[in-house]
Design a protein around this ligand. Structure first.
Ligand code: EPU
Length: 438
């Protein structure tokens, strides 16, 4: 069944929206639950297909879980781990499942995890993950598309990452939790999701300091020091940025709840330079508004705290109708301008040269049929549809469902004319919309 969004552009978004738990944090917490020989409960878990995939990975390993979608919680019981293999069928669907490698190495000292391939946005290698595990003492073979890692014991050491990779930092943190002695990760990623993983691990009994800086120290603890715990995941900064952009794009005004503004400093600054107003109402509530045409800006995507690559496509959509010319340099991925051909089909004037895009603001976009090529490009096209004159059809929604919970319902609640329909029967899909959950 092919599901699509039908969007009628031109509505101003107004009202309130609440942001869910951070996808890129919760996936790692779920992987980390297998370190505990017992139950761990995580709150603020968004309902996303990526979460379902990670739960399937855990279940294949022998862990049991209860996913309470109303409460937005998952309880994992990892008392018995019966397998050390993460299958290609799951890892190929979601690269983030590769994070199970570090968790399995901690718990079982052996892991067989499918190597993720390249993906739509770039090559996305895992060489730093592998080199780091080898430095901790693992012997690694790559056979038949799988990484087979084994160690009689892991011993803490100094690991320098050539670039501050989020996934490598997380995999190595996980692997080092039960290592002998201390591990120091230098040039570590500093994303809020790294801090959240360290906080989660410390809550279950690990000893990690420095997360959020470029040097993280993991003092190894004994397996018996790890214990059951409950933990609440941070809000999703990329979902928050997406809704902020959607409000700004439609010249609207909305209250955004359950957001940590400090996680979006760079993005907020750029939105303000474009002409948006952002007011702090409460520590985790902001009001975003915008009147008149936006100004163009230039930006370069960077590891945190720089401009997030995951908001690049979304910001590009804002630039398509801004006053003047904006230049974007994508420095993290080789191929993250997949949205450009579809934005052009909607009337945008974009010149792309390798990892640079030059966007000359046009007066308005016009609706067209477009397709999500990855999660964030998909969100960018939805926002373009909300801005455009006329009707936009967005195809390949499975990409969007990986990372945005109840996306269309949240937008509808703000006044957006967007609905999901079944292409074959032309009927609207109502889904599990429940006002009280938004
Ligand atoms: N890289 C290597 N070798 C490695 C690891 C990374 O060359 O061993 C390169 C990658 O090819 C990429 C760059 O380093 O060009 C950054 O990759 P990183 O490892 O930091 O990213 P990731 O852990 O694979 C996470 C998020 C991405 C987000 C990036 C950067 C998750 C599940 N994914 O990916 O999120 O773009 O960090 O912030 O946490 C998304 O949510 O849409 C998404 C793609």
């Amino acid at each position: 069944m092919a599901e699509k969004f039908k969007i009628t552009g031109g509505e101003t978004l107004r009202g309130e929206v609440s942001i869910g738990g951070a996808k890129n944090a919760v996936l790692k917490h779920l992987a980390a639950t297998i370190l505990v020989k017992g139950k761990t409960k995580i709150y603020n878990v968004p309902h996303l297909t990526d979460v379902d995939i990670m739960l399937n990975v855990l279940s294949d390993l022998g862990a049991k879980y209860i996913y309470n979608k109303e409460e937005k919680s998952v309880e994992v019981d990892a008392s018995n781990i019966t397998s050390i293999t993460a299958k290609y069928e799951l890892v190929s669907k979601m690269r983030a499942s590769f994070i199970i490698l570090g968790a399995l190495m901690s718990r079982c000292k052996e892991a067989i995890v499918a190597l993720p391939g390249g993906c739509a946005i770039g090559e996305r290698r895992v060489d730093f993950h592998i080199k780091g595990l080898e430095a901790l003492g693992a012997k690694i073979k790559i056979e038949n598309g799988y990484v087979h890692a084994k160690a009689s014991k892991l011993v803490g050491t100094d690991i320098y990452l050539d670039i501050p990779s989020v996934g490598a930092t997380e995999n190595l943190m996980l692997a080092a939790v039960l290592a002998e002695g201390s591990t120091r990760i230098q040039n570590a990623a500093q994303e809020p999701e790294i801090i959240d993983l360290a906080n989660f691990l410390n809550t279950i009994g690990a000893d990690i300091i420095g997360a959020g800086t470029s040097e993280i120290i993991i003092n190894g603890v004994k397996a018996e020091n790890l214990h059951s715990a409950e933990y609440t995941t941070i809000p999703d900064r990329i979902e928050a940025g997406t809704f902020m952009a959607a409000v700004v794009a439609t010249k609207g005004k909305a209250i955004i709840r359950n957001v940590f503004p400090a996680h979006l400093t760079f993005f907020n600054d750029k939105l303000i330079k474009m002409g948006a107003n952002i007011k702090l109402i409460e520590p985790t509530t902001i009001e975003v508004s915008c009147r008149g045409r936006l100004n163009s800006i230039n930006f370069v995507t960077q590891p945190y705290p720089g401009f997030p690559t995951d908001l690049q496509a979304i910001a590009m959509t804002l630039l398509t109708t801004a006053n003047g010319v904006g230049i974007i340099t994508e420095s993290l991925y080789e191929n993250r301008f997949m949205q450009v051909p579809d934005l052009r089909r909607m009337g945008a004037d974009i010149h792309q040269d390798r990892n640079h895009a030059i966007i000359k603001g046009v007066k308005n976009l016009t609706g067209a049929t477009v397709a999500a090529s990855d999660l964030r490009a998909g969100a960018a096209l939805v926002i373009a549809g909300l801005m455009a004159n006329g009707e936009t059809i967005v195809e390949k929604l499975h990409h969007i469902d990986r990372g945005y919970e109840e996306f269309e319902y949240k937008l509808q609640k703000l006044g957006g004319k967007i609905y999901r329909y079944n292409d074959e029967t032309e009927t609207q899909i109502k889904g599990v919309f429940n006002e009280s959950r938004l």
